[in-house]
Design a protein around this ligand. Structure first.
Ligand code: KG4
Ligand code: ZN
Length: 345
């Protein structure tokens, strides 16, 4: 009998739930984004996020069950993100998951959000343990993390590289703010970069001889360049609209190219160093078309990349990850607490 798991995700600003069969088959995936609520502030406001999760979670859960063709009572287990993330946001999902698990008498599975991002690749390509096989080199690049993880088997990770300051997604969001673009910044930078000539250049923070990253210097370099070109803090007199649009496009592209160059280079280096069998991408930043294209171009090994909707936060990836915990009998206690700083590896 197929195992059906409901996954719940409320770690940041997406209220999401999905149903997955046997960790690989996506039956439903419902995401309610709060981006519009936060965009006026240029970033996620934790208090607004937690209140909105309370409003949205029940309808999202009902929709996820309905779209799967099953009822909550048909689920074999409930998986939920319990960290890392915003405490007030995580609590909503964890409490709902506890209530459902308790009332139905089924297992509760606390899932690490970063591990969930990795398991989105099992939804994209079901049998990674056999094709291409372990070990795998995983990149998790999101709003809060830029991690290189060696995955040696299900649930077994070694953190071999990470950012020492800003996360890649955070850097995209800050860069977008500098350029007067909307929130979240990543999709905006990608959108306006199309058609850039490449005439503007920004430095790369290579952090030589390590697999670690640094993005805060790049953000400062972008700020200085934007000031120098007369488009920050606001366009100078005499910079006409067409010129301004052109400059924003070129600076956005220069920023994107710098991030893409460093991340793809370090990921491919890591894959060779640890003699892995394949590369796995996850997290919102891996929705970036240039990053996806460049990693595939540079890697001699197979690269597994979820479709963009499964790269950003969703409940299905949590359900997929939960399935493998369920298989190992790793049930969580009903008094499990949220862990905003939960590490992986
Ligand atoms: O994984 P995610 O949805 O949430 C967190 O766990 O943080 O990642 C959100 C981040 C944001 O910083 C957003 O700007 C970035 O992912 N992002 C992108 C793209 N789509 C989302 N960054 C670059 N290019 C994109 N297309
Ligand atoms: Zn995420």
């Amino acid at each position: 009998m197929a195992i059906k798991i409901l996954g719940i995700e409320t770690s940041c600003d997406e209220t999401a739930a999905g149903v997955v069969e046997d960790g690989r088959t996506l039956l439903s995936n419902v995401i309610s984004s709060q981006a519009d609520l936060h965009s006026v502030y240029g970033g996620v406001v934790p208090e607004i996020a937690s209140r909105q999760h309370v409003r949205d979670l029940v309808p999202v859960l009902e929709q996820a069950a309905a779209n799967s063709g099953f009822g909550l009572e048909d689920m074999d287990a409930i998986a939920v993100t319990f960290g890392p993330g915003l405490a007030g946001s995580l609590i909503t999902g964890v409490n709902a998951a506890k209530a459902i698990a308790y009332s139905l008498g089924i297992p509760l599975l606390g899932v690490n959000h970063l591990e969930g991002h990795i398991y989105a690749s099992w939804l994209a390509q079901g049998d990674l343990e056999n094709d291409p096989g372990f070990p795998l080199a995983c990149l998790v690049a999101s709003g809060g993390h830029t991690d290189l993880l060696l995955m040696e088997g299900h649930g077994r990770y070694k953190l071999v590289g990470r950012t020492r300051d800003d996360a890649a997604g955070e850097a995209f969001d800050k860069a977008a703010r500098i350029l007067g673009l909307g929130f979240p910044g990543g999709p905006e930078i990608q959108r306006v970069s199309v058609g850039a000539t490449g005439e503007e250049k920004l430095p790369r923070a290579w952090m030589k001889d390590t697999l670690d990253f640094s993005f805060s210097g790049l953000k400062t370099a972008l700020l200085h360049l934007a000031q120098d070109r007369g488009i920050y803090p606001s366009p100078e007199d005499g910079v006409d609209q067409a010129r301004q649009t052109h400059l924003v496009r070129e600076l956005a592209a220069a920023f994107q190219e710098s991030v893409v160059d460093v991340i793809s280079s370090k990921l491919v280096t890591m894959a060779a160093k640890y003699r892995v069998k394949g590369l796995v991408l996850g997290g919102g930043v891996t929705a970036n078309a240039r990053l996806r294209e460049e990693i595939v171009r540079r890697s001699p090994l197979p690269v597994i990349i979820p479709p963009p909707v499964l790269c950003t936060d969703n409940g299905a990836m949590i359900a997929a990850c939960g399935y493998f915990q369920y298989q190992r009998g790793e049930e969580s206690a009903l008094d499990i607490d949220v862990d905003p700083g939960l590490p992986l590896g």
